[in-house]
Design a protein around this ligand. Structure first.
Ligand code: TNX
Length: 498
């Protein structure tokens, strides 16, 4: 099978009520496929966990039963999910959906493409008054603009247990994000078990930001989270923040400090004061133990080593350490990624930088891009979802901006930064930092609705990006958030219907 590139949506065809907007959708006005009151799912070439993830999403979004069946009995209508590896030219997340009066058929070249189609179907399904699942008849052809569409979750300042991270993964799944970046270490806590260095989690797994929760993921829990994400076409990118933001490490291991003594636990909001020291004998073995362990625990291709805010660090020490850390990561076979400041070190050109701070000059990163490096865009004034919506928001910060829904939505990755073109951009990533966000309700309140806006920035072609259309389509999503019991913010520029 060949999945041809999708035709373009033309202005006379209304956009489907789906976020992110699909590249092409032609849905019938009145004609519906009636799937009955217990949804039947059939997989062809699709692994069991992928089908189970789909069934769970349909169940939670619709409040109705969905089961996985081998074949539909009689002429019971079903949703058929088909992986057909065929010609790979369309990219692994592309999918087709054809909905007739008999069945809904999804075709994709990979389980990831199927996962994206499932998200589209979950948003298109409605439950009729008599309890049947309905889908509009028609066709959809879709594929992402960027290959990296992420959310960075800071579990270091405030810990989020496995069940809550699963719920965050479910939201990423619903909006077709494919990267969950976990910020696992910082000054306030260390959240991933490193078997060779048990003191990291024994001591700094028990600390957090003031008012936040402590805890850590065991090796088994981290593996489980990655499996859970993978069934939804999502890759976990772990971040170990080095060589600054390291107070959790220096609090647990005194030998990382010139005094030989552990630093005090830190629960405040300051950044940039903690660091590793290149001249101490313990520093190299520590970096290598941690990175080697994290790499061996990581299913995905990327490992994030941080590199941000070396504010109090000698620039030569910073550059030495970052270069060394890059080499250790690269030796594990993982692709290194770091925050934009890492571009001040002489790193190889196959590096990926994550842009975040519009206040910094960015000249080093732009020069690195010119030499061939790639960029993930997380502009603080657009995609930092720990920024307050307005001055009255009860949690969050405002150093980058106050960010309403239209601000998260209204930008184009291809023209955000001088010297960074569309082809230099791997994708976009929202980030939520948790110095002030200490529980799940506050977390989803800050994510929703803005996460859906960033998802559309990363997925949909710029030609389909339109605030009025988005505002209309988002106005329907609170139906889903309410059913899931998630707290969300009613952005005033949207006419929330339900
Ligand atoms: C900047 S983003 C940071 C984080 C803070 C965040 C708060 C980045 C690379 N550094 O350490 O948590 O601002 O908004």
């Amino acid at each position: 099978m060949t999945i041809a590139p999708p035709p373009s949506q033309t202005p006379d065809i209304p956009l489907a009520p789906v976020i992110p907007a699909p590249v092409f959708a032609r849905l019938e006005e009145g004609a519906r496929l009636n799937l009955g009151s217990a949804l039947a799912l059939i997989g062809v070439g699709c692994d069991r966990p992928v089908l189970e993830a789909a069934a769970k999403l349909f169940r939670s979004v619709l409040g109705l039963h969905a089961d996985i069946v081998a074949e539909a009995s009689g002429d019971r209508p079903a949703v058929r999910l088909v992986v057909d590896e065929g010609d790979l030219s369309a990219g692994s997340e592309a999918y087709w959906i054809e909905i007739s009066d008999l069945e809904a058929v999804v075709t994709a070249q990979s389980a990831r493409g199927v996962a994206r189609a499932v998200a589209t179907l979950a948003q298109l399904m409605r439950v009729s008054d008599d309890g049947n699942v309905l889908l509009p008849q028609g066709s959809i052809r879709d594929e992402p603009r960027f290959s990296w569409r992420g959310l960075s979750l800071d579990v270091a300042r405030s810990f989020y247990p496995v069940s809550e991270v699963e719920a965050v993964i479910d939201l990423c799944y619903l909006y077709k994000l494919n990267v969950l970046h976990l910020h696992l270490t910082d000054d306030q806590g260390w959240r991933l078990e490193i078997p060779a260095r048990p003191e990291l989690t024994d001591i700094s797994g028990a600390t957090s930001s003031d008012g936040g929760r402590a805890g850590f993921y065991t090796v088994e829990e981290f593996a489980h989270l990655q499996d859970y994400a993978s069934a939804r076409g999502i890759t976990v990118v772990p971040e170990i923040d080095l060589p600054g933001h390291t107070n959790a490490a220096t609090h647990a291991i005194g030998a990382l400090n010139p005094t030989g003594e552990p630093t005090a636990a830190y629960g405040g909001m300051r950044v940039g004061f903690s660091m590793l020291h290149p001249d101490l004998v313990e520093t190299g073995p520590f970096i290598s133990d941690v990175i080697t362990s994290v790499a061996s625990q990581t299913q995905g291709d990327y490992l994030h080593f941080g590199g941000d805010e070396p504010l109090d660090m000698d620039p030569a020490d910073y550059s030495d350490l970052v270069t060394g850390i890059y080499d250790v990561v690269a030796k594990t076979g993982k692709n290194p990624i770091g925050w934009q400041e890492a571009a001040s070190a002489p790193l190889p050109s196959q590096m990926t930088y994550q842009f975040w701070d519009p206040r910094l000059s960015g000249a080093d990163m732009t020069a690195a891009v010119e030499a061939g490096a790639k960029v993930v865009l997380s502009p603080g004034d657009r995609t930092y979802l720990d920024m307050k919506y307005d001055s009255t928001t009860h949690v969050g910060q405002d150093w980058a901006a106050l960010i309403e829904l239209e601000d998260s939505y209204g930008w184009d990755p291809a023209s955000l930064l001088e010297g960074v073109k569309e082809e230099d951009v791997v994708g976009v990533e929202a980030a939520i930092w948790t110095e002030t966000i200490h529980n799940f309700d506050d977390l989803t309140y800050m994510l929703l609705p803005r996460l859906a806006a960033v998802a559309e920035v990363g997925w949909s072609p710029q030609t389909l990006r339109d605030w009025d259309s988005f505002a209309q389509r988002i106005a329907d999503q609170n139906r889903v958030w309410d059913r899931l019991g998630l707290r969300w913010h009613a952005s005033p520029a949207v006419n929330w219907g339900n």
